[in-house]
Write a protein that binds this ligand. Structure first.
Ligand SMILES: O=C(O)CCC(=O)C(=O)O
Length: 289
């Protein structure tokens, strides 16, 4: 491995900056409370039927997640089929104020990274990743990792994290055992990266999350000991974000059980469900004013 940055000091490379202590203590505390208030889902990924990748069928993603802005369902394959993004992206809850203000403070950094034409500077969706260990009958199973991937949305990638340090690696897919760069992303840090090298040529992954008790993190996933949460912000064109009643019926039925689960804890998703046709296409009953 060429470089492992310990995450204590800033790092500025062409196309990447790492900002330790970017979130204030108050912002981090507010985010920790917000993350604890959500009920993340452990989604199944896209079955891959359209691509004949039967091996991926019914495989669970590595960690529980929650989306804001737009829910880009793994099971609908938003990124598996980059040429067909319509009808796969469900309108989700807005960012809380603390996220909007932290993103605002990144404006100058995002300006320096440059944004593709006609794209707003600040992203409009985000993926919240919950990293920890699962408790079951046997010894706890450490699920705190994220497989190698690239984020397909246009524009810079912005990430914040809270909790225990996570080892973020940037790898060339032809040399996965020799990361080009590794950073211990620490509590309250932010990372921004963009451009042909970090965003397009290299993939990134989380290979390890340290253990430790402070700060204490909590979440509503049963039998799960949480130790790190990261948020990665993205741009999705508004024209691709649809309400549940606007999804094609097959996609709507694929995600229905997830939306029902979300609706148990979220007024937003309860409304989406109430306004959408039922599994057999039956129209929703008229709403009382
Ligand atoms: O947890 C992290 O720091 C990385 C998250 C990430 O790569 C993603 O959400 O796409």
């Amino acid at each position: 491995m060429s470089r492992v940055h310990d995450g204590r000091s800033p790092l500025a490379l062409p196309g990447l900056c790492y900002l330790p202590r970017f979130l204030s203590v108050a912002e981090a505390d507010e985010l920790i409370a917000f993350f604890a208030s959500l009920t993340p889902l452990w989604e199944q990924r896209h079955s891959g039927r359209d691509h004949g990748r039967g091996g991926q069928r019914d495989r669970r993603i590595t960690r529980p997640v929650y989306w804001l802005g737009a829910w880009q369902f793994a099971c609908l394959g938003y990124y598996a089929e980059p040429d067909h993004r319509e009808g796969r992206c469900l309108r989700a809850e807005p960012f809380p104020a603390v996220m909007r203000s932290t993103l605002e403070r990144l404006r100058p950094c995002l300006q320096a990274h440059g944004t593709p034409n006609r794209l707003p500077l600040l992203p409009n969706t985000c993926l919240i990743n919950y990293y920890g260990s699962e408790r079951g009958a046997g010894p706890p199973v450490d699920q705190a990792r994220l497989r190698m991937h690239r984020d397909g949305e246009p524009g810079p990638v912005v990430m914040f994290c809270v909790g225990q340090p996570g080892l973020l690696e940037f790898v060339d897919p032809a040399q996965v055992d020799a990361p080009e760069l590794a950073i211990w992303t620490r509590h309250r840090s932010a990372v921004v990266f963009s451009g042909p090298y970090f965003k397009e040529q290299l993939y990134h992954r989380i290979v390890q999350v340290r253990r430790g008790g402070s700060p204490a993190l909590d979440c509503r996933v049963p039998n799960f000991d949480l130790r790190r949460v990261s948020v990665s912000f993205r741009h999705v064109p508004e024209s691709l974000v649809t309400d549940l009643d606007g999804l094609p019926s097959q996609a709507r039925n694929t995600v229905r059980a997830y939306v029902q689960e979300l609706a148990r804890h979220s007024d937003h998703f309860a409304r989406q469900l109430a306004l959408a046709p039922g599994p057999g296409g039956e129209q929703p009953s008229p709403q009382t004013p």
